[in-house]
Ligand binder design. Structure first.
Ligand code: HPA
Length: 268
């Protein structure tokens, strides 16, 4: 077990959580639905990444949601902050070290599809690592050749669709394309993304999914659509817009996640 996993088990997780979650930009509102018992900032956890940009990389929270123990990582470190695709490796290694077998990832993303408007929630069915980066570069063990055929677990994804259905919430499904950021895409890049089969574009999640599969975790992920991608409307994109729009779809995603827990999707 990593030192970080030992630290987290001792202080926050004597009871093994049903699932770990890493929450995207503006999507911390899920925490409002959680009965929080304890938390620790990244800075206090051995080996956890520090955010080069904002200074406050994130926090690990222990709480209960939908009647189940959950580990929530609020705030993530992105590739674009320091050029390290493996920045989140210590976090995901610690989650695996705690014996948690399932990881839920959320992000804010731009829609490439005319029929998927801001406010929509999209279950990620597959991804394209267009940044060209891979968090396992430099890893020496044979397991670096990680299979990515069913990276987004079909059963967990079906559980997400069932939860949305029982709430009467529409949920889209599609392919997420990872651009490095931090600049947004150009309209030409978005036309390319559409041609290549992307439904949404964003700057996170993919390296975490690769790391999670490497460590043997099952992954389920969802994007909250905050905007139409570059060139699809007359207006320029901004991070302010992402942050302002995220809570809209984020509130719906939060209810879906709570229902997944209550319906036992993450039970062993
Ligand atoms: N592009 C990349 N990342 C994003 C976007 C986008 O349009 N919206 C939110 N995150």
């Amino acid at each position: 077990m990593s030192e970080a996993a030992g630290y987290l088990r001792e202080r926050l997780f004597p009871e093994r959580p049903a699932v770990a979650m890493i929450l995207g930009s503006g999507l911390g509102n899920l925490v409002e639905r959680v009965a929080v018992d304890a938390g620790a900032p990244f800075a206090a956890i051995p080996g956890f990444p520090q955010s080069a940009v904002s200074g406050h990389a994130g926090e690990v929270v222990s709480g209960r949601l939908g009647g189940k123990r959950v580990l929530i990582v609020s705030g993530r470190v992105h590739y674009y902050e320091g050029g390290n695709a493996a920045a989140m490796r210590p976090v995901i290694e610690a989650i695996a070290g705690l014996g948690i077998g399932k990881l839920l990832l959320t992000n804010a993303a731009g829609s490439v599809r005319e029929d998927m408007a801001p406010g929509a929630v999209m279950a990620i069915e597959d991804h394209i690592a267009f940044s060209g980066m891979n968090p396992l570069i430099g890893e020496v063990s044979e397991s670096r050749f990680t299979g990515m055929t069913a990276a987004y677990d079909p059963d967990l994804r079906a559980g997400m669709a069932r939860a949305a259905k029982s709430l009467g919430e529409p949920i889209a499904s599609g392919v997420y394309m990872w651009f490095s950021g931090p600049s947004f895409e150009t309209p030409a890049e978005i036309r390319m993304a559409r041609t290549l089969g992307a439904d949404a574009v964003g700057m996170s999640t993919v390296p975490e999914t690769i790391l999670a599969r490497f460590f043997g975790l099952r992954v389920v992920a969802a994007s909250v659509i905050t905007n139409f991608a570059a060139g699809m409307t007359g207006s320029e994109l901004s991070h302010a817009e992402t942050k302002a729009m995220a809570p809209k779809g984020g509130a719906r995603l939060s209810r879906i996640v709570e229902t997944m827990l209550a319906e036992g999707v993450f039970d062993d």
